[in-house]
Write a protein that binds this ligand. Structure first.
Ligand code: HEM
Length: 265
């Protein structure tokens, strides 16, 4: 029985003599309800600890889900050595002929792909774009048209003129192009008038051009590395202002022609 310690037991407020309660409130002039709040409220350190814990949990879940990244696949551009190097070197300006040297044939050079005038480094995708890769034909050139039409043999060109026709519905009730260059009515009087056809044609063309724009935009996002691929923009293709005028106008390739939608309405 030698080592019995006596602790001061916390008494409920009611059990404390009235004069003691008075003493404590007189001591510091803080109302009792306030001092109670102070002991329960979170300090800055607690908040930081909770935030840190949540951050760690978020990283752990990201790694578990993506199997590789603690930031859900997001990597700032300056954390990629190739992109940082390209940024320090400044934007590239290559002609189409110069661009052709970056098709992966020379392993000491990076692999570039251009899309609608913008050049991207796709060396990280050498398996696909390097020699023998399934998309090697895109390397070292700007083949924007093929990205829209899917004609990988005929359309390896940046010339997008008329590519929107791939998305313009085929008309059963009208000729494609009339003598004056417009859609003209075919068949009996029940079909749309020439004026109606013209309005419809303009609406279709507007929607089709947007599809072309969105398609190119979608691919360029991937080549910029937005989707998590280790690709990045390195510069622009240098072309004369009238480069397009010097190329002959192209027909829609067969694959795209056959893939045109049928009008539903
Ligand atoms: C307009 C049509 C198409 C275009 C422009 C296109 C373009 C591409 C590009 C650029 C890539 C490489 C993506 C990357 O860098 O990660 C790719 C990958 C791939 N595409 Fe296509 N593609 C088209 C249609 C198709 C079709 C119809 C199929 C299937 C029959 C297909 C199957 C594949 C496969 C399997 C891969 C992955 C290749 C690999 O991992 O080696 N593509 N496509």
């Amino acid at each position: 029985m030698a080592d019995v310690r006596h602790r001061k037991v916390a008494l409920p407020a009611a059990a404390v003599p009235a004069n003691e309660n008075d003493k404590s409130s007189n001591n510091n002039n803080i109302p009792q309800s306030n001092s109670k709040n102070n002991t329960n409220s979170l300090g800055v350190t607690d908040v930081l600890r909770i935030l840190g814990g949540l951050l760690l949990l978020n990283c752990a879940i990201s790694y578990f889900v993506t199997n590789s990244s603690v930031t859900w696949g997001w990597r700032p551009w300056y954390s990629k050595p190739g992109e940082l190097r390209a940024w320090m070197a400044g934007p590239l300006q290559l002609t189409d002929a110069e661009l052709a040297q970056y098709d992966g044939a020379d392993p000491s050079k990076p692999i570039y792909i251009a899309l609608n005038g913008t050049i991207y480094d796709v060396t990280a995708g050498a398996r696909m774009y390097g020699p023998g890769g399934s998309y090697h034909f895109f390397a070292g050139r700007d083949a924007a048209r093929a990205f829209v039409t899917g004609c990988f043999a005929e359309d390896l060109t940046p010339d997008l003129r008329g590519a929107e026709m791939a998305f313009v519905p085929v008309d059963d009730d009208a000729e494609e192009i009339g003598p004056d260059g417009e859609l003209v009515r075919k068949g009996g009087s029940s079909g749309p008038t020439k004026a109606e056809l013209k309005i419809r044609r303009e609406r279709d063309l507007r929607a089709a051009r947007k599809r072309v724009h969105d398609t190119i935009e979608g691919w360029s996002k991937m080549f910029k590395g937005d989707g998590g691929k280790n690709y990045f923009k390195v510069g622009m293709v240098k072309r004369d202002p009238d480069w397009l005028d010097r190329l002959p106008k192209r027909q829609l390739c067969q694959r795209a022609q056959e893939g045109r939608p049928k009008r539903k309405e």
